[in-house]
Design a protein around this ligand. Structure first.
Ligand code: BGC
Length: 734
């Protein structure tokens, strides 16, 4: 986000005309309040949905008819800087009040959670990250931005770029996985896709980096829980995605709910001002997460709401989501001298700058023909194609014994599992605006692709098994395709789990299917890495298909039949048992690395290593790595390796480059991803793959937050996953 000199001047002119109240109004993010239309209070409805008295569908139905207060009078009075909504005509209507009826005519930002697509839903982020494909990350973000703009949304609460290493945390589904390097690549590409095509205002939005910061490190994987860590870990693991995104021009950020080393991120001047604004140079503003300011009272860090508001604004939190604390208390706080005019002006300047950059002063409304484009019954074909491509590339083949996959169309398939037929379950936890008519279930995808198929629900993530259907599924087929996993509601926000094995009776279902002696192909639909120790031992084939978005069914069918050769890799390690969490490949070296001997860093009752490590993913062909060469140049290492397709299918491999700083002044990880390249190879074909490791990227942050590069021995690893690599040692001088 960059403003011209003229735009900057216009921001200053506006600021100079604003009253204190109008300034505070800009710092207020409203959402339409539900004011009635049903018999119980809104809070109870939420509780009823949480405890299962009300299904998600029933809840949504009630919501669609609920009466809302859109705060028109506040908008008119200039007291609403931003609104959270996704209805294009309503957005135009509200914007018209802001532009034509408020004293200064300042347009509102319209924010919404478009995490992996709006109506066109792409794979959840943890799945898409596993494509290791920055061009794709950018493309899906760009299409999502265009679709958002058509709905009047000009500010996306995305990308979610929390590095997350504990799969008990339900929100691992929303982000790019466990690795800071892959996460940073993802973050940069998402910012380019969301923001950088500024040629046409209908095509881009302001991004909002979230959740800043270290939210993914919540203790025990429990959502909203405390986090604590060294300065070095913060800078090496949790900040890099945010730094990368700001370097790419990200406009705004959202403060996380958690406290970090005892200070809630909402009121943390070190992370908000010192790092994000002063050091990284975030050009736009920071918004709280929903209710975040008020929660500082519950954190026990603020005496009351006013105190929380003063701490937040002074720490550098520019906009209040959901509490009205700024609106109700900031005027008094300024008059009392607890908040200076300079602090307030800085916040408002940042907010106005984002609006100016977005072109909202010139083009505040969504044109009617753009609205109509997305109201048609079908979605634009190009978007659907991209959704399918992204879904196909995100599928990870975890295991394929005896070449059971790919299937042939002549085989008689029993398709099993309630998830297989449920089109509502393909989109993942954070998608809210999909239409069922656009979503392709696995059952529909297989049917369309010409499978010889009979479907038996048998059971799913919840409820009992149907023995009769299991018996028929086993009797009547050449191969069984079992779709098991999690409902969308089992991952995402407020969906932490202590046990991340397959929920309900699905393992029992798989046991019964295996007992038939038929080949069983297991397709997983889930939002987090699962603990698959039992499954990996007993099942011949496991396909990780995540929640892949609207084109899920077509993508799965294409992979199962071999029309598409799977190429996805894991962006997050899979444990054998839940108790191994947090589980991640780039662990600091211990003095007693885990092994079979007693006094090492291990468990008595479980493996110490991942079941499927970061970067793992098979193909219908095989790849061999040979002849790794590492050559030092003045500013980089040239790394090259020979990769050969040793099987009989054309396939794409993601060649991964890791490094280890063998001796350093701080304990360093056993491996760290520092590069990757995708290569397509015909059967028998061999290519030399070249990778560059810049010396500037071979250092680390110390406990003063300083980036240091230390001469000495490094190990360079290259392979098809983070475990099985060729290795070369090299002494490096910086
Ligand atoms: C979530 C954010 C989201 C916000 C607005 C919060 O509960 O943590 O990720 O952007 O709600 O919907």
């Amino acid at each position: 986000m960059k403003l011209s000199a003229e735009q900057k001047e216009r921001v200053e002119e506006l600021l100079a005309q604003m009253t204190l109240e109008e300034k505070i109004g800009q710092m207020n993010l409203e959402s339409p309040s539900i004011v009635g239309g049903f018999d119980v209070p809104f809070e109870e409805l939420i509780e009823m949905m949480t405890d299962g008295r009300l299904s998600k569908e029933e809840f949504q139905k009630i919501m669609s008819t609920a009466q809302r207060d859109y705060h028109e009078d506040d908008i008119r009075a200039g007291m609403v800087g931003a609104m959270m909504a996704d209805d294009p005509r309503k957005n135009n209507e509200l914007q018209k009040i802001a532009v034509e009826e408020s004293r200064l005519g300042i347009p509102m930002l319209t924010g919404f959670d478009v995490i992996h697509g709006l109506r066109t839903v792409y794979p959840i982020a943890i799945a898409e990250a596993g494509t290791f494909d920055p061009e794709l990350f950018e493309r899906t973000a760009h299409l999502a931005a265009r679709e958002s703009r058509a709905h009047g949304i000009n500010w996306n609460f995305a990308p979610m770029i929390d590095v997350a290493r504990d799969s008990r945390w339900g929100r691992v589904s929303e982000g790019p996985g466990e690795d800071p390097y892959l996460g940073s690549t993802f973050a940069r590409a998402k910012i380019r896709g969301l923001q950088s095509d500024t040629s046409d205002t209908a095509d881009y939005v302001a991004a909002c980096l979230k959740h800043y910061v270290a939210y993914g490190a919540c203790e025990s994987g429990r959502d909203y829980n405390t986090t604590s860590m060294s300065v070095s870990q913060l800078h090496n693991v949790y900040l890099p995605t945010f730094k990368a995104a700001v370097e790419e021009g990200a406009a705004t950020a959202m403060a996380a709910f958690n406290d970090l080393n005892g200070v809630p991120c909402t009121v943390n001047p070190y992370t908000l001002r010192t790092i994000l604004k002063d050091l990284y140079g975030l050009p736009g503003f920071v918004v709280s997460d929903a209710n975040g300011i008020k929660e500082c009272v519950a954190h026990g860090i603020a005496e009351d709401e006013k105190d929380a508001g003063c701490q937040a604004v002074n720490a550098g939190l520019d906009m209040d989501m959901g509490t009205h604390i700024y609106k109700d208390h900031l005027k008094q706080a300024v008059e009392d001298g607890r908040v200076s005019m300079d602090v307030l002006d800085d916040a408002v300047r940042r907010i106005l700058s984002v609006k100016m950059w977005l072109g909202l002063f010139e083009n505040p409304y969504v044109p009617e023909d753009v609205i109509r484009l997305y109201e048609q019954s079908g979605l634009p074909e190009a978007d659907v194609q991209t959704a399918r491509e992204a879904a196909e590339k995100s599928i990870v083949l975890l295991k394929n014994e005896n070449g059971i996959l790919p299937l042939s169309r002549g085989q008689k398939i029993s398709l099993v599992g309630t998830l297989a037929a449920d089109a509502k379950e393909v989109c993942g936890a954070w998608a809210m605006s999909w239409k069922e008519e656009d979503c392709v279930s696995i059952l529909d995808g297989l049917k369309k692709s010409g499978a010889d198929l009979a479907y038996y629900p048998c059971g799913g993530p919840e409820g009992e098994l149907n023995e009769e259907e299991i018996r028929r599924a086993c009797a009547d087929s050449d191969v069984i395709v079992a779709v098991v996993g999690e409902l969308c509601s089992m991952s995402g926000e407020a969906s932490s789990k202590a046990d991340i094995t397959l929920p309900g009776k699905q393992r029992e279902l798989l046991e019964k299917l295996l007992a038939s002696g038929k080949p069983v192909v297991t397709v997983l639909m889930n939002g987090r890495p699962l603990a698959l120790g039992w499954e990996a031992e007993h099942l011949p084939v496991i396909v990780e298909a995540w929640h892949l978005g609207i084109e899920m069914g077509n993508a799965v069918a294409n992979v199962l039949f071999g029309d598409v050769n799977p190429s996805g890799k894991l962006a997050s390690s899979f444990p054998s048992v839940s108790g191994q969490c947090p589980m991640y490949y780039n662990h600091p070296s211990t003095g007693r690395p885990g092994s079979n001997s007693k006094f090492t860093s291990r468990y008595l009752d479980a493996p110490h290593e991942a079941l499927y490590p970061f970067g793992h993913g098979l193909s219908y062909t095989t790849f061999a790595y040979e002849e790794l060469h590492v050559e030092e140049q003045s500013d980089c290492l040239h790394v090259n390796v020979s990769v050969k397709n040793t099987g009989d299918h054309t396939g794409t491999e993601t060649v991964q480059l890791y490094m280890q700083d063998v001796t350093a002044s701080l304990v360093r990880p056993v491996k760290e991803l520092r590069g990757f390249a995708k290569v397509e190879l015909q059967p028998g074909e061999e290519k030399r793959v070249e990778l560059t490791l810049k010396k500037a990227e071979m250092g680390f942050y110390d406990n003063q937050g300083q980036y240091v590069k230390e001469d000495g021995l490094f190990r360079i690893y290259v392979g098809g996953n983070s475990r099985d690599c060729l290795c070369e040692e090299i002494r490096v001088k910086f």
